[in-house]
Design a protein around this ligand. Structure first.
Ligand SMILES: Nc1nc2c(ncn2[C@@H]2O[C@H](COP(=O)(O)OP(=O)(O)O)[C@@H](O)[C@H]2O)c(=O)[nH]1
Ligand SMILES: [Mg+2]
Ligand SMILES: [Zn+2]
Length: 317
């Protein structure tokens, strides 16, 4: 047992609104934030800069108050961050959901819910913005037949060509989980994806005893309302950590400027600067190198469609 009222360094392993579980060796303390820390994360005019200054995965300096409670005094610099744009009372602010993760595992399902490339591409951009690697996990492979699989393999080859690892899984085919296990081992991963794609099922299958609830719909967070999202980190017996993000529904892209959106699509890079207009949005302009590349089959139409949706409808969730 550490002495009371000394400052120690710990790790945030669970975050609820206003309360954080901080792990320090074998103890876990329920912590609140020191007022000065909260104030430091406001702008000069007192406007909130973050939906919440502390995130799961953060290394923090804390003071222990008693056997169960403590106060977070300071946050150490983050290596990476998984953030989304959050609609605060006075405009958009950043919500860091997980800090210091190595990679995002973006889970999509073949069916139920239908495969959504828009959501997938948003997550890939968020990984890039937050300095994390991204892995794609296509789950529910058991729901498609041979022809469907061939078609999916072709579509996802596009992502493999862009450098993303793609893992094909089904919770009904235990061997299919081996690749996912290997990818998660010894890393800190954030599992993201729409509700119902099988995130909790996959984690339960990988980690015996985890017992996450299946079919549970994340807490809906309405714009402008304070979020009650619970994010939690789990340890894997094989080595590694995962953060489950059950309440994350809208993924507004934080720090992504619509004007520069083309920089987040690696396949567009070779064509940038070669359009007729140098401020080309690549949506309806004549002599556009990107649109030509799409027509020529050099840029995949699904990826281009994601670009157009984000470019024309904005990057908010
Ligand atoms: N057929 C099939 N169903 C799956 C698979 N993975 C998950 N499910 C089902 O999909 C539903 C949603 O799963 P859940 O793990 O709660 O999804 P989450 O919302 O992403 O955490 C449940 O009914 C699961 O049994 C899979 O690989 N194949
Ligand atoms: Mg779940
Ligand atoms: Zn263009």
């Amino acid at each position: 047992m550490e002495s009371i009222l000394t400052r120690e360094q710990g790790r945030v392993i669970r975050a609820r609104t206003g309360f954080y579980d901080v792990q320090h060796h074998d103890i876990i303390l329920r912590c609140t934030l020191r007022g000065t820390l909260k104030r430091r994360h406001r702008s000069e005019t007192g406007r909130r800069l973050y939906a919440d200054p502390v995130a799961v995965g953060d290394w923090v300096i804390f003071t222990q108050l008693d056997m169960e409670e403590g106060v977070i005094e300071d946050i150490l610099p983050r290596q990476t961050k998984f953030s989304r744009q959050y609609a605060g009372k006075h405009g958009d602010i950043e919500q860091v959901i997980v800090a210091n993760a190595h990679q995002i595992v973006a889970v999509v399902a073949t069916l139920m819910p239908p495969l959504n490339f828009r959501t997938l591409d948003r997550f890939l951009i968020l990984a890039e913005v937050g300095d994390m690697e991204a892995v794609i996990c296509l789950n529910k492979m058991d729901l498609v037949d041979g022809a469907g699989r061939a078609e999916l393999a072709e579509t996802f080859a596009v992502y493999e060509k862009l450098g993303y690892q793609v893992i094909y899984t089904s919770i009904n085919v235990p061997e299919s989980l081996d690749a996912l296990r290997k990818t998660l081992k010894d890393k800190f991963s954030v599992i993201v994806g729409a509700s119902g794609v099988g995130k909790s099922s996959l984690l339960n299958a990988l980690q015996p005893g985890l017992d996450l609830r299946i079919g549970e719909v994340g807490i809906r967070t309405q714009k402008g309302r304070h979020t009650t999202t619970l994010v939690e980190r789990f340890l894997l017996d094989i080595g590694g950590e995962v953060a489950d993000t059950p309440g994350i529904r809208e993924v507004g892209l934080w720090e992504v400027d619509t004007e520069n959106l083309d920089h987040y699509f690696p396949e567009m890079e070779p064509y940038l600067g070669t359009c007729k207009y140098n401020n080309c949005a690549h949506v309806a302009e004549p002599d556009c190198a990107i649109q030509n590349a799409v027509e020529a089959g050099e840029i995949h139409t699904e990826r281009y469609r994601s670009y157009v949706v984000l470019r024309t409808e904005g990057t908010e969730g």
